[in-house]
Design a protein around this ligand. Sequence first.
Ligand code: TEU
Length: 562
Amino acid sequence: MTDSWWKKSVVYQIYPRSFADSDGDGMGDLRGIIDHLDHLAELGADVLWLSPVYPSPQDDNGYDISDYQDIEPLFGDLATFDELLAGAHERGMKIIMDLVVNHSSDEHPWFLESRSSTDNPKRDWYWWRPARPGMQPGTPGAEPTNWGSVFGGSAWQFDEKTGEYYLHLFSAKQPDLNWENPEVRQAVYAMMRWWLDRGVDGFRMDVINMISKDVSLPDGRLNAGSAYADGSAAFIGGPRLHEFLQEMHREVFEGRDGLLTVGEMPGVTVDEAILHTDPDRREVDMVFQFDHVWVDRGPDPWRLVPLQLTQLKAILGRWQAGLAEAGWNSLYWNNHDQPRVVSRYGDDSPAHRAASAKMLGTVLHLHRGTPYVYQGEELGMTNYPFGGIDEFRDIEALGQYRQAVELEGRTPEEVLTVLRARGRDNARTPMQWDDSPNGGFSTGTPWLPVNPNHREINAHAQRADPDSVFHYYRRLIELRKTEPAVAGGDFTMLLPDDERLYAFTRRLGGTELLVIGNFSGVEAHAAIDGWDGAELLLTNLDEPRTHLTLAPWQAVVYRRAV
Ligand code: TEU
């Protein structure tokens, strides 16, 4: 791919069920997105990424797909999809689809056939295995491996009908597709071409670094206190991953221009990411790595670890340096799986919420890479005040809670403390459009409650306020279009040992930018020389009174000629 327009672009992620409900059933839909395209165009988004909109039993909110070539009736139909695509294109925005092909739904016709008998032609499209030798099939411990699923419990589901187990790294309703089988791969490529022919502009590829597995399926290491093992060594960055991605590129993307591909890759290393994103290797344009959102995760999954800024800088600095020559970074704080960043790495109290949201946006967008904005991030939306487990809807929260409390002897309170801070439903409460009872999201009963703070934090109020997080994000995105060093400059980290200030420079030709963010509630001075008299391009608060002394949660971007 020679054409790298996406280096100058910003992607906006839409989680359709929580974005805007046009028909009052409490669930967002495609018409709701069409109704709000102007909000996205005004913000300056170049690309919209839609989380899955395909027919699905909704066990994992659409990441369990039962038909890859249609639209979920709750969301609309293909005609409405075409209208959405045209509406986005008219406004100069592209649309990329979520591609979920590590697994399908157990209700997909492929799986229904596969499970029907051991000699069905599609049997081998999924991972079927007999019980552990010498054990009674279907009894505890007889699973083919000791792997746990991401959502709690075993990664294997026993199927009475044929007496074998199938692999599901996620929910039992998400059986893993067997990419070793060339028919599976060709079926996926044909489906991808069908969407591109329809006019979509690329794909975000769900857990794409899990599609190649070590076919010997070895047991994983069991950590003390956990009921199941982590099997990921056998399926993260597996033996044929590069081969499969290169084949996909040849079969699907070769000869097509103007597209964007981003592979979601939990656990990917910098070295692997260089190989995946080096344009000469023809795999994907960029990957989502996870190191910087796992920085506040300790060895014990049910204990919160506070953010240590020096670690965050070490991680992101390593990614910046690693992909400086070949490859390209994606940049994100938020998505539908992460808690709200202002509550996580910022300060969501009324005094500092807006400033810290703007500071976090500044630091992220000024790194080298393509920034992603998750719906509501441009408003500084916060985590939801969850009470008990009955208020969560996410299959991950519910499954992990069950395993931790019922099998591993954790107390409900310790598990809830972590779910409230880190649970995925924090990202999934409805978009806050205005101060009306359901935040303008729906006239019915929202599938997940709207955050009560929508009365203060909403798009309507922020569009009217030039000082809002929304207008700040708009200016930040605009800066990428007007200052070439934002997209193209090289990156140098400064002050790596400072626990409060995140500081770096970007340089392109004769222009250098200095970016500093104060990740704390106290004033802090940056001991950096040579910036007297530099032009202040952007700040989220008043101009610093003293040179390079930042107020709590302040961000500054300076420019100088070099
Ligand atoms: O997420 C992949 C993934 O690794 C998640 O398990 C994530 O790390 C975790 O949920 C964080 O708490 C993708 C999708 O983004 C997610 O929504 C799906 O549930 C998952 O794949 C299965 O399709």
